[in-house]
Design a protein around this ligand. Structure first.
Ligand code: ZN
Length: 130
């Protein structure tokens, strides 16, 4: 059994396409310029449905994290770190911190995005400590 694959739909496809190209994208509201992630059908600030996509730097800081010590399947090698990342541009996203068992992770640490191919169609954004 491989890793669980996220569903890709019309709303999230630009996000996943960007990841395959090595670019982290977030949604931007055309009306009020608010940036948001995960992808939605409307702006969480002004409810406009006019949204486009912009590339972000991939830099952020760890807002919170946990260390998973029991993997749900052999496809996931425990221990691994699941973290909430506050991107420098604003949106908060959940991801993993790669190359870490958690002993070197702390809230507030600077991280940088990297990309891992999970299948032919899914490339996952992950982060490493800066
Ligand atoms: Zn808006």
């Amino acid at each position: 059994m491989g890793k669980i694959q996220p569903p890709i739909n019309a709303i999230s496809k630009p996000y996943w396409d960007g990841c395959q190209q090595g670019v982290l994208r977030v949604q931007r509201c055309v009306a009020c310029r608010h940036l948001q992630l995960y992808p939605r059908i409307l702006c969480t600030q002004c409810t406009s449905t006019e949204l486009d996509w912009v590339a972000v730097s991939g830099k952020g800081k760890i807002a919170s994290y946990t260390v998973v010590t029991r993997a749900i399947s052999k496809a996931y090698a425990a221990p691994y770190v699941v973290a909430l990342i506050d991107l420098d541009e604003g949106p908060r996203m959940m991801s993993t911190i790669i190359d870490s068992d958690g002993s070197d992770v702390a809230v507030g640490m600077a991280v940088n995005v990297a990309f891992q191919a999970w299948s032919e169609t899914v490339t996952m954004p992950v982060f490493h400590i800066d």
